[in-house]
Design a protein around this ligand. Structure first.
Ligand code: CA
Length: 650
């Protein structure tokens, strides 16, 4: 692909006298010690996706604080590329250089002191060949830094170790093949010298897995499949085999496309797994089976990749409840006992607290409206699934949360001093209506949900919008999603085209009968929100309106602030009470990526990527319908903010 580099750099960060001293405090190369001790650092660098191995996204920086954050303004910006999808990447910062990734896995490095691009590297993905294998937008969620290298996944299944100084490949390896329907969208993590990464694509015929590679050489260390097969040796997978029907349709799904968390003391790698495929029990012929380890949180040994424990969020899931959301570790005193916990706000509307040493359920609370479950078993945490939530060819049911989820990939954060978790999510007024697709035939090269969205019949044939990130982010499923006017217009045009096609199509089969509305549990709130949760008491501390489950997310700081990116705006709230301190319009349309904060030459900054660029074609590869009234696409940018910043967008 051709990339046009434009005059995009606004150098604003000047050299300061203290530079040499400050830099001497930090490692020239990022190693295990630096990654492990990020929480004890001064917070100048942002070295890994979740800031710490525990994925806390809590910065020790406090120069920007509750008293002065209202002075935040744009300091500089950088055009990250042509766009053509949502921005989802968390940039990394090391020694005054910011590294990140954008559409089609292009990686870039920008010197924050000069504002100049240091290097840019394009893995030259065969876009035509790969596009139909990408379920949910041409996106990347990030990269890793280790031992003088930037570890960069390519959406087409390759993984690269790039020289941190030059951007040139040092090693290249293969995680998976798009010919086998896998893609890579998640940020790799580093754990004990290994690169850990999972695959996306649970709606395709794939067998989900997570794999580890030597970060110095790219050689594979281990691979853990999330779907068992009769030839497996790992006792964890042997145990799982009985939870599947004999002939698994397709590969089983259960891909690992977002969260990974690592406990360096326990030497455990934690990850969440996607839905089983196809979505309905009828089409995957699995009635009554739990399907381990789909829709689960799993721990494996970092050295061997062998199974340690699991907790299944949704046995026999039928509603696309991928359980890959952010896994955040904390040490919390619960009922007088100090517990090593891991927390997840699941797509399914429950916020879970588990014991991360053994996977035992501690508690969960509903944080959004839920009607698929009546509650959870207090001891085991197994959901009590509402029998009315099951659907068939003849009976459809409206389920909330929908496939976009009450929480999707938007990162949470955790302030250890206040003991509060911050979650950006949404509670849907109405969910998604599901019925089983009649006469389903398996497509070995495409997506296989086996669902008629909205029930059966023309009125229900809603297109599945794909630009929303990991999950099925259809408009009905994700009302609070950030979309640019162009994307909204493209979706409206696509919906109009679908309606025309439906009008010209032969009469649909008789609609499935819609069940009466189901019993709803959870807080009586509707729309997007930011909430603070106290895991020690298991209670919500505060909640403010506005937020998204897909896009943006949060970062908390020692300045007593939680930043939230949503709806084209950067917000800051007081962490203790949720008082709004800042509402800063980025002026950029399109999906926001998570905010980070860092320091260069003694000055604190906040940065994030925003924008969609040109309309992404819908899944399947066809061009998006032309919309003559849409404004010209604004190319995505990396925006850097500082106190009293006065820069302007071009
Ligand atoms: Ca899914």
């Amino acid at each position: 692909m051709s990339f046009r580099r434009t005059s995009i750099l606004i150098p604003v960060l000047a050299f300061a006298a203290g530079t040499v001293y400050l830099q001497a405090q930090r490692p020239a190369r990022v190693d295990d010690v630096a990654l492990r001790n990020a929480a004890q650092s001064k917070g100048e660098d942002w070295l890994s996706y979740g800031f710490t191995p525990q994925e806390t996204r809590y910065s020790p920086l406090d120069q920007i604080n509750a008293a002065n954050v209202s002075r935040l303004g744009l300091a500089s910006s950088y055009e990250v590329g042509p766009g053509g999808g949502g921005q989802e990447a968390t940039p990394l910062v090391h020694n005054g250089v910011i590294y990140s990734t954008t559409q089609w896995s292009v990686v870039f490095a920008v010197d924050l002191r000069t504002g100049k691009e240091k290097w840019r590297w394009d893995p030259e993905v065969n876009q035509t060949a790969v596009r139909s294998k990408i379920c949910c937008g041409v996106v990347q969620r990030g990269i890793a830094i280790y031992d003088g290298k930037i570890i960069a996944p390519s959406i087409d299944g390759r993984l690269f170790g790039l020289d941190q100084e030059t951007g040139k490949p040092v090693w290249e390896t293969r995680v998976a093949y798009t010919q086998e329907n896998y893609t890579l969208t998640m940020a790799p993590r580093i754990a004990k010298g290994k690169v850990i990464i999972g695959v996306a694509g649970a709606e395709y015929p794939v067998r989900g897995f997570i794999a580890a590679f030597d970060a110095k050489t790219g050689v594979q260390s281990w691979k853990f499949y999330t779907v068992p097969s009769p030839t497996d040796k790992d006792p964890g997978l042997v145990k799982a085999l009985a939870t599947w029907p004999k002939n698994i349709v397709g590969g089983g799904g259960a891909t690992v496309w977002d969260a990974i968390s690592y406990d360096p003391e326990l030497e455990l790698v934690y990850f969440g797994t996607g839905n089983a495929g196809p979505w309905s029990e009828d089409t995957r012929v699995s009635k009554g089976f739990d399907l381990l380890y789909a829709a689960s949180i799993v721990a494996v040994d970092v050295n061997t990749g062998l199974y340690k424990w699991h907790y299944q969020n949704v046995p026999g899931d039928e509603w696309d409840y991928d359980s890959v959301q952010h896994l955040l570790q904390a040490d919390v005193t619960i009922k007088g006992v100090k517990r090593k916990v891991i927390m997840q706000a699941n797509k399914n509307g429950f916020l879970y607290t588990l014991d991360r040493t053994n996977g035992k359920f501690i508690r969960a609370i509903p944080f959004a409206k839920i009607n698929w479950a009546l509650g959870l078993d207090e001891v085991t945490g197994r959901p009590i699934i509402n029998p009315q939530a099951k659907y068939s060819e003849t009976e459809s049911v409206n389920i909330t949360p929908g496939p976009g989820g009450a929480h999707n990939w938007s990162p949470m954060s955790f302030n250890p001093n206040l003991g509060l978790l911050f979650l950006s999510g949404q509670s849907a007024a109405t969910g998604m209506t599901y019925a089983v697709q009649p006469n389903f035939t398996y497509n070995p090269q495409g997506q296989n949900m086996g669902i008629v969205f909205g029930g059966r019949g023309a009125a229900a044939a809603k297109p599945v919008a794909g630009a929303a990130g990991g999950g099925r982010g259809g408009a009905a499923a994700a009302p609070a999603e950030n979309v640019s006017p162009e994307v909204a217009a493209a979706r409206a045009a696509a919906a109009a085209a679908a309606a025309t096609a439906a009008a010209n199509a032969p009469p649909p089969p008789a609609p499935a009968k819609l069940r009466e509305p189901l019993n709803v549990i959870g807080p009586d709130v509707t729309g997007g929100f930011l909430m603070a949760y106290d895991p020690a008491s298991g209670t919500e501390r505060w909640r403010v309106p506005g937020g998204s489950a897909i896009g943006g997310g949060t970062v908390a700081t020692a300045g007593g602030i939680v930043f939230q990116a949503t709806g084209g705006t950067l917000y800051a709230y007081s962490a203790d009470k949720g008082t709004k301190l800042l509402e800063l319009k980025t002026g950029m349309p399109g999906q926001m990526a998570p905010p980070i904060t860092f320091m260069v030459d003694g000055k604190q900054y906040v940065a994030l990527q925003v924008g969609n660029g040109a309309n992404p074609p819908p899944p399947g590869g066809a061009a998006a319908p032309a919309n003559p009234t849409a404004p010209p696409a604004v190319k995505p940018r990396l925006l850097v903010y500082a106190l009293d910043g006065t820069a302007k967008l071009p």
